[in-house]
Design a protein around this ligand. Structure first.
Ligand code: IPM
Ligand code: MG
Length: 357
């Protein structure tokens, strides 16, 4: 798909290191637009924990409606220890994911350089798969609650919800993606149907939808075994499809295979509609304002956004520049203790984009 060339992008930099890494993402967005020739307008929104603490406002309906009419949302990170756990995350991230029906959370697990791979005997070539995480159901619906709170008879309940519609569209997306990638031509369903018997809905729908894709291999792993295989034989995987909570968990493990949280990015998608792009890392409050956080994940999120919008050339340019800068040692590693500052890394990638064009 080629893009329409002119985009409205909502920016929610959020909490902690969010604003610092987003600034570098916006830096390379600008460089890429100048080089490849697309236009965009950004509107920055102040939402996040600081804003909540000052105003009691999370993501007001008016802004929600305005953003709905844009092309994409670029999000930094949300989370602050001064707020009740999950409150701001739910009010902003979940409101966007659920409210815009962003039913796919796409999380590439790709290592850009050999030295980033922590596994003995594995190289960057061995780490290249993608997780399709269902993004609008499961435990994240927060159906359930607490009864007799604070008493010795307290009961807490959380419902794992799967609908035929939700499961089917995630699985179909995964098969289409395996076809498009044309790499391992394999989709691995990850579930826990041996213990959570209602997950049988995933098994059946996977079988049914899979019949429409005779050229794609249908594979299966229980989530615990999947964690084991991700360490033992990561090169085996091509596309993984899984439910919301397991997808959340296995992609943090996946991020470590790529070299750490500083490099892993994601897209929350509803194909054809406004979608949201973010690094998968959190707000890392202890690094806030120190100019130490690695902005690569936030930059790769920009590349994913551009790819989604149809600006393939710009997306590839950013990704290749990141890869090259990591491979040639200009950016030696991704740890916060590497001595490189957030904006220094941003400048290195911007220069690499200019030189590569
Ligand atoms: C993620 C995050 C979120 C999630 C949190 C911040 C609610 O961990 O995007 O992976 O659990 O989805
Ligand atoms: Mg997570």
């Amino acid at each position: 798909m080629s893009g329409k060339g002119d985009y409205d992008i909502a920016v929610i930099a959020g909490d902690g290191i969010g604003p610092e890494v987003v600034q570098e993402g916006l830096k390379i967005l600008q460089v890429a637009s100048e080089i490849t020739g697309f236009n965009y307008d950004i509107k920055e929104y102040p939402f996040g924990s600081e804003h909540y603490l000052a105003t009691n406002e999370l993501l007001p309906d008016e802004a929600f409606e305005e953003i709905k009419g844009m092309d994409a949302v670029y999000l930094g990170a949300i989370g602050d220890p001064r707020c009740e756990p999950g409150l701001v995350e739910h009010g902003i991230i979940s409101k966007i994911r659920f409210g815009f029906d962003l039913y796919i959370n796409l999380r590439p697990i790709k290592a850009y350089a050999d030295n980033l791979v922590p596994l003995k005997g594995k190289t960057a070539d061995d780490i290249d798969f993608i997780v399709v995480r269902e993004n609008t159901e499961d435990l994240y619906t927060n159906l359930g609650g607490i009864f007799k709170r604070g008493t010795e008879h307290e009961v807490a309940m959380a419902q794992m919800i799967f609908t035929r519609h939700g499961v089917e569209r995630a699985i179909r997306y995964a098969f289409e993606l395996a076809k498009k990638r044309n790499k391992g031509k394999r989709v691995t369903l990850v579930d826990k149907a041996n213990a959570i018997r209602s997950m049988d809905i995933w098994t059946r729908v996977f079988q049914e939808v899979g019949e429409e894709y005779p050229d794609i291999e249908k594979d299966h792993a229980y989530v615990d075994a999947c964690c084991m295989w991700m360490i033992k034989d990561p090169e085996f995987f091509d596309v993984i499809v899984t439910n919301n909570i397991f997808g959340d968990i296995v992609t943090d493990l996946g991020a470590m295979l790529q070299g750490g949280m500083g490099v892993a990015a994601s897209g929350n998608l509803h194909p054809g509609k406004v979608s949201m792009f973010e690094p998968i890392h959190g707000s890392a409050p202890k690094y806030k304002g120190q100019n130490k956080a690695n902005p690569i994940a936030a930059m790769v999120a920009v590349a994913m956004m551009l790819d989604y919008l149809g600006e393939t050339k710009a997306a590839n340019l950013i990704e290749s520049s990141v890869q090259q800068s990591l491979q040639n040692g200009q950016i030696p590693d991704l740890s916060a203790s590497s001595g490189m500052s957030t904006n220094q890394i941003g400048d290195i990638i911007s220069d690499a984009i200019v030189q590569m064009k």
